[in-house]
Design a protein around this ligand. Structure first.
Ligand code: ADP
Length: 175
């Protein structure tokens, strides 16, 4: 599915040939399971060496490193909120992850960026709700910034893919 600058695919984010991939990291930035583990394995051990120098990252914020052995030149590490039922600023913190990553992308003149479904794995954020936040934050950013030319949502599996397609139909094609 491709709508101008935004695309949704099913696949593995570590394989994406884009300027930057976002990583759904944890506050330590020292690696973990899920997409974080996959990115560290594919990038190689130098990624962890650089991450150690960053001294962690707060929830909702983002920090950039090189991509090392990845096809992507950069990795933008962001820390999504842990879902606690929805009354602990989870929506706002997740939106902040996308905004923080995109602000760094702009700063580094990154033209193409791929996002995983931040917080929707171990952190338990409901996928439909997360997909709507992801799509609306990216839409808002692209409306105000011309530097980023392509944003790819990389879905790991069909149900995430279907949730993103629904969010796109709702948010982008409602106009
Ligand atoms: P979080 O702790 O932020 O929930 P997870 O890594 O557990 O992070 O999951 C985030 C999302 O990334 C989930 O939707 C999961 O299915 C997905 N995911 C896991 N591995 C990959 C991968 N290699 N490429 C893209 N997405 C992935």
């Amino acid at each position: 599915m491709n709508l101008g600058k935004i695309a949704v695919i099913q696949g593995d984010i570590t394989q994406q040939k884009v300027d930057a991939i976002a990583n759904a990291a944890n506050t330590s930035l020292l690696g973990g399971g899920g997409v974080d583990g996959a990115i560290h394995r594919a990038a190689g051990p130098e990624l962890l060496v650089e991450c150690r120098q960053l001294k962690g990252c707060a929830t909702g914020q983002a920090k950039i490193t090189k991509g090392y052995n990845l096809p992507a030149k950069w990795v933008i590490h962001t820390v999504g909120p842990i879902w606690q039922g929805g009354n602990y600023q989870e929506d706002e913190l997740l939106a902040s992850c996308y905004r923080s990553c995109l602000a760094i992308a702009k700063q580094y003149e990154i033209r193409s960026i791929a996002f995983p479904a931040i917080s929707t794995g171990v952190y338990g954020f409901p996928i439909e709700r997360a997909a709507r936040i992801a799509v609306s934050e990216v839409k808002k950013f692209l409306e105000g910034n011309a530097s980023v030319e392509q944003v790819i949502f990389v879905c790991f599996g069909e149900s995430a893919y279907n949730s993103y397609r629904a969010a796109i139909n709702e948010i982008l094609q409602a106009e």
